[in-house]
Design a binder for this molecule. Structure first.
Ligand SMILES: Nc1ncnc2c1ncn2[C@@H]1O[C@H](COP(=O)(O)OP(=O)(O)O)[C@@H](O)[C@H]1O
Ligand SMILES: [Mg+2]
Length: 306
């Protein structure tokens, strides 16, 4: 079996009104990974997913889905994909069971009641199978959308903003469900503008901004590479200003001058720190507590997309 789920080269999309939503995307996504496409609103996430799924026609470039060109070999490419779109829409009066089976039929797959039963059980929907969709809670409706997307046994599942506007509890349960899906061998590609979601879920993260992939890294490498460390000194006496001869250090005051914050690169040598400590002692600035912390993915994200 092919090792690559998605292979994109030189992808551009300019909409009819002349707006360039994708400005040259190259990306490879491996089978079995959870890949998060992280970016602010309007970055091009939905456009990219729609291009992969064949809903949006690229202006240039090539997309392979499990080795199938998504234009020349559209049917094979599309069959390998399950898509949960950003806008949830489904027939409110149908039952869960009928909706999911019908979706499978749309892909020309023969009925398979055992598979659908297992799928609904996995998504904790089995006891709701005869319920009309309009009677379900928001979280259940979202899971029905996932069940629909997986009804034809695709290799790749796309989730476009799966938890936008969803409360924290529901979001966490979604994350657990998605992780459980990964264990069944499905490759998962999700878009999000929640950094916490990418941090929590993804093996690899692609940061997209203004139609370009700014960076693509494993989550751990991203944090290591871009990460900053901070040392926070809680002071015995508050400081009014940072002494002018300490301007070389990236220092800032916080908490009404009760805290002095030193920011440095995670891969930097410790020398500066001992120099700084020396300097503080000379000035009789005495910390009562020192705390060090690593910048979050959030800090990194803000640094990258402004
Ligand atoms: N059909 C369209 N015609 C013109 N511009 C569009 C169309 N669809 C999306 N856009 C624009 O393309 C940009 C990217 O949109 P989208 O891919 O939906 O971003 P995201 O999903 O990251 O929020 C936005 O500025 C949006 O307004
Ligand atoms: Mg979107």
């Amino acid at each position: 079996m092919q090792n690559t789920a998605i292979e994109i080269s030189g992808l551009h999309k300019t909409y009819e009104n002349g707006f360039q939503a994708l400005a040259g995307i190259d990306l490879e996504i491996k089978r079995g990974e959870i890949f998060a496409l992280l970016g602010p609103n309007g970055a091009g996430k939905t456009t990219l997913i729609s291009a992969i799924c064949g809903i949006v026609q690229p202006s240039a470039g090539r997309i392979l889905v499990c080795g199938h060109d998504n234009v020349a070999d559209y049917r094979a490419a599309r069959t390998a994909i399950g898509l949960v779109p950003q806008e949830l829409a489904t027939d409110a009066f149908e039952s869960v069971w009928n909706t999911v089976n019908f979706s499978r039929g749309l892909f020309g797959k023969p009925r398979n009641a055992d598979y659908i039963e297992e799928l609904l059980k996995r998504l904790s929907l089995w006891d709701k199978k005869d319920e009309q969709i309009r009677r379900l809670s928001g979280g259940m409706k979202r899971r029905v959308m996932i069940a629909k997307a997986l009804s034809h046994e695709p290799d790749i599942l796309f989730l476009d903003e799966p938890t936008a506007g969803v409360d924290v509890e529901l979001r966490k349960s979604m994350w657990a469900q998605v992780r459980a899906l990964q264990e069944t061998g499905v490759t998962i590609i999700l878009t999000t503008h929640y950094i916490e979601e990418a941090e929590e879920m993804a093996d690899r993260i692609g940061v997209i901004n203004k139609g370009r992939l700014v960076i693509t890294e494993t989550k751990d490498a991203l944090i290591k590479k871009m990460g900053k460390r901070q040392m926070v000194f809680s002071l015995r006496e508050p400081l009014q200003d940072i002494p002018s001869d300490m301007a070389d250090y990236a220092l800032a005051l916080a908490d009404n001058g009760n805290k002095l914050v030193y920011t440095y690169n995670a891969h930097q040598e410790d020398r500066d720190i001992s120099d700084l400590l020396e300097c503080l002692r000379e000035k009789n600035i005495r910390p009562k507590e020192i705390e060090s912390r690593q910048s979050s993915l959030e800090d990194i994200f803000i640094q990258m997309v402004g």
